[in-house]
Write a protein that binds this ligand. Sequence first.
Ligand SMILES: Nc1nc2c(c(=O)[nH]1)N[C@H]1C(S)=C(S)[C@@H](COP(=O)(O)OP(=O)(O)OC[C@H]3O[C@@H](n4cnc5c(N)ncnc54)[C@H](O)[C@@H]3O)O[C@H]1N2
Ligand code: MOO
Ligand SMILES: [Mg+2]
Length: 431
Amino acid sequence: MYELRTPVKVSEAVNRVMNHKKKGEKEFIELMEAGDRYLAEDIVADHPIPPFDRSPLDGFAVRSEDTENADSTHPVQLEVVETVGAGHVAKGPVKPGQAIRVMTGTVMPDNTDAIIMFELAKEFTQEDKTYIEIKRPFKAGDYVSKKGEETKQGEVVVRSGTKITAGVIAVLATFGYHRVPVAKKPVIGIYATGTELLEIDDNLQPGKIRNSNAYMIISQIRQAGGEPKYYGKLKDDFNLCYNAVTQALNEVDALITTGGVSVGDFDFLPEIYNRLGAEVLFNKIAMRPGSVTTVADKDGKLLFGLSGNPSACFVGFELYARPWIRSYLHSGKPYVETVKGKLTADFPKPNPFTRFIRSKVEFKEGKVFASPVGMDKSQVVTSLAYTDALVAVPGGSRGYKSGDEVDILLLTSEGSENPLKDPAKSRDEKL
Ligand SMILES: Nc1nc2c(c(=O)[nH]1)N[C@H]1C(S)=C(S)[C@@H](COP(=O)(O)OP(=O)(O)OC[C@H]3O[C@@H](n4cnc5c(N)ncnc54)[C@H](O)[C@@H]3O)O[C@H]1N2
Ligand code: MOO
Ligand SMILES: [Mg+2]
């Protein structure tokens, strides 16, 4: 006899998982290794940017008051007394009637307050001295890049929980972070269960299939920012599975299993959670695929029991494991980002439960479009190759037509601060 399970809504299942979220510790790593990690501290400017008044152009640094009366009929001539490149500091202060030739990035010489770009100054030589002629006045501050105009000292420039992109790396380097405070990656164990599973280099045999889920999950964990620890595959044998799960739990921050979580005679995960005394957060979700997704907590460690069906396994990971991993990484945007967009094809199947249709997203002329990819069944693996979005359609709907507005979950976006909502029925379906 199998137990009757009570399905929870998708949003409720996400909530229950996130009620058990944990924040990873902080660790310091080399800047060169920090790409795609998550900041574990606010980055505060310990100096202004720019750190000094500087020239944003190749030109001449002048005292603006010397140019006050310049016009095309009464040009002003200034003697060029020095040439300074970026990285150098002018030797002396500029006296009335003098100018200094400076390159882009050079600190403003003392007494100068304006920059005249090369193109606006006529240069000439007279008796071994160089002069410039200017035919218009310049104001104090003209073309000067002011100290702190970009960032003031003490400003928070990047918030803790931000994913470290190339741009963040530039900021970290600017402020001298050769060691970067990042959130420690959660170690996520993976076990694939199923007597039918072959290694990927095995030839097919009657009744057997290759284990694709484990490798898919490893990749999903990496993309979410976690550290996968692959333990291999297990035959459907209760004691073998129970011991393996118990052992692995000692070594990981969370454990993902695939398969064996439904109501079949050889689906042992439910009894394993029971025997472990784990708190089962839910064991049925009102969604397809992935209705059997089960999550349990054993002494503060989460066990994600993902379905054996590849598409159900994929979706279960994205909806429940990914936000947990992202919040472990301190991400301020742990949830999957949802946008409104249009379906590009009919999806005539009625939906008793919320359905996540594997899709490919496109942005055209400022609008978002999602095209379902391939067969929409839990068992399917090949359509996953083209999936970068999920179209969420609500339970109880009659099916959808091309052009209908739907919720689109963007799997390659950094994420959202807003928890995933259950998709709402369209207005005409409610009538
Ligand atoms: N009587 C019922 N039967 C089933 C129900 C139900 O409610 N009542 N739910 C169905 C749904 S929905 C799903 S989803 C599956 C879930 O099954 P399990 O999570 O227990 O997974 P398995 O039984 O172990 O395998 C299912 C399927 O997936 C293949 N598989 C398993 N592991 C892998 C892997 N690592 N790589 C690739 N493919 C894998 C396996 O061979 C099976 O074909 O249960 C339904 N049944
Ligand atoms: O629980 Mo399922 O709907 O075939 O994945
Ligand atoms: Mg099963």
